[in-house]
Write a protein that binds this ligand. Structure first.
Ligand SMILES: Cc1cc2nc3c(=O)[nH]c(=O)nc-3n(C[C@H](O)[C@H](O)[C@H](O)COP(=O)(O)O)c2cc1C
Length: 210
């Protein structure tokens, strides 16, 4: 089957993407509004984009009513945010922050997650997260201003907060971190089932000559 996205509605394209681009890591983003209200929301259109400087990108989309995400509005207003890494032990509270609420609602209070202060940026990090990254906005790249259209928010990581229990000489203990990934629909994946593939040399991969 070959599908031209121009011939299907945006929700169908969205379904194809979230069902196929899997598992997706989740940026659990904390921001603070100019009025001082904290906001917390998950974003699975998310990736690292540079290591020097360390930088990440994620995509708040425009919702079905044509509204921008509070997260994007807060970041554009303040230039600051925190990306918290989602582990299984607080996945349910993370999901609770995705309910559609007014900007005046503090999702830390709504979810019961604990705000902890940052070193450089004003928004709090999530104390339950083993890894959090304080970020300063580099750029917002607007892809489209249509419903379900996204904007790619790129931020430079200015502080890493890493729980000592998961840190061993800059290696992260994947078993303890126990990140969850987003699949299609309401499905999540665990990261417990893993395998290693050592990087081969050319001799390892070229076909044996006959
Ligand atoms: C696991 C998960 C991943 C999500 N990923 C995205 C995403 O990549 N982009 C997006 O705009 N919304 C995403 N959402 C929906 C938002 O988190 C949700 O609409 C939230 O209420 C937005 O909050 P805000 O308006 O306070 O920024 C996701 C929801 C969940 C539960």
């Amino acid at each position: 089957m070959i599908i031209d996205p121009a011939n299907v509605d945006p929700v169908s394209s969205y379904k194809l993407m979230i069902g196929s681009i899997t598992p997706r890591p989740i940026a659990f983003v904390s921001t603070t509004s100019p009025e001082g209200i904290n906001n917390l929301a998950p974003f699975s259109f998310f990736t690292g984009v540079s290591a020097n400087p360390p930088a990440i990108g994620f995509t708040p989309v425009i919702n079905g009513e044509g509204r921008l995400r509070d997260t994007r509005l807060n970041i554009e207003a303040t230039g600051e945010f925190v990306v918290n890494v989602v582990s299984e032990h607080f996945a349910k509270q993370m999901n609770a922050t995705a309910v559609d609420v007014a900007p005046e609602v503090d999702e830390f209070e709504l979810s019961g997650l604990t705000p902890a202060s940052c070193e450089v940026v004003a928004p709090p990090r999530v104390a339950e997260a083993y890894v959090s990254m304080e970020c300063k906005l580099i750029q917002v790249v607007e892809i489209s201003n249509k419903i379900l259209g996204g904007s790619f928010v790129i931020g430079e990581i200015v502080r890493f907060h890493v729980d000592d229990r998961v840190f061993d000489d800059y290696r992260i203990d994947a078993d303890l971190l126990a990140t969850v990934g987003r699949m299609g629909g309401n499905t999540y994946s665990r990261t417990a089932d893993r395998f290693d593939l050592p990087r081969p040399t050319l001799d390892d991969v070229k076909p044996a000559s006959t």
